[in-house]
Design a protein around this ligand. Sequence first.
Ligand code: PMP
Length: 288
Amino acid sequence: MKIYLDGKFVDEADAKVSVFDHGLLYGDGVFEGIRLYGGNIFRLDEHLERLEYSAKAILLPMPLSRKELSEVTCETCRQNKLTDAYIRLVITRGVGDLGLAPWLCAKPSLFVIASKIALYPKEHYENGLSIVTVPTRRINPAALPPTIKSLNYLNNILGKIEARQFGALEAIMLNDQGYIAECTADNVFVVHKGEIITPAASQGALKGITRSTIFDIAKELKLPIREADMTRYDVWVSDECFLTGSGAEVIPVVKLDGREIGTGKPGPITQQVLASFRRRVLVEGARI
Ligand code: PMP
């Protein structure tokens, strides 16, 4: 596997960063998880825009322009002869000393990995996931805006560990007011009386690229969609529930906290949205 690392394509074994990199020492950096479908990178421009916004929010200078980043991302796929892949784009603060000071880090480091992705097992796309709400709360946006896709994922990792302790593959995380923010690595949607509803990013969610695709799909399918404050109760009594993410795509949820959602099977609107999503990814996006 060839990895793009600071201007060069190197073998996996040589793709190394320093132990003094603040991305490693402090989680000081930003990233994107992007998908390549049949030779098209899905919504690359939106991902690069979110990356730029994340970097701006943490005062991290972008090492390359949007156009250059786009080219490097495509070239990483070409170098590895991939047509379907998961692409990880990472910018770290770079090498500094043992203190926090980012201004002592000489220059940011950029690497791009294009590899295979392990999705949720296929049976869950057909039968739906059973998930739980975990005790760990999503970070308060006033402390660290969850809209920044930073290398600081400990909050989500704690949620993921708790999900596993409860025997679930994914979990709903509440914000400190008890409203649903999102899952550990996915956004959450419900369908109630024909309407698609999702928490606003201001409740502590990442502005998911797949999430924004769902708004476009809803428009195309003429399905009403809106953002709203949501509690666990709203999911328990919903007709359908699904999660979205670049890795997860669109995955049905059939149980939350031991309560069956709707009929206990993936619902018709979820299936319609999933089918539309699968069509879109093959035609939308930047050709590598
Ligand atoms: N929330 C979190 C915390 C995430 O890490 C992700 C990305 N896996 C998402 C939501 C979904 O975002 P996207 O659709 O852009 O992948």
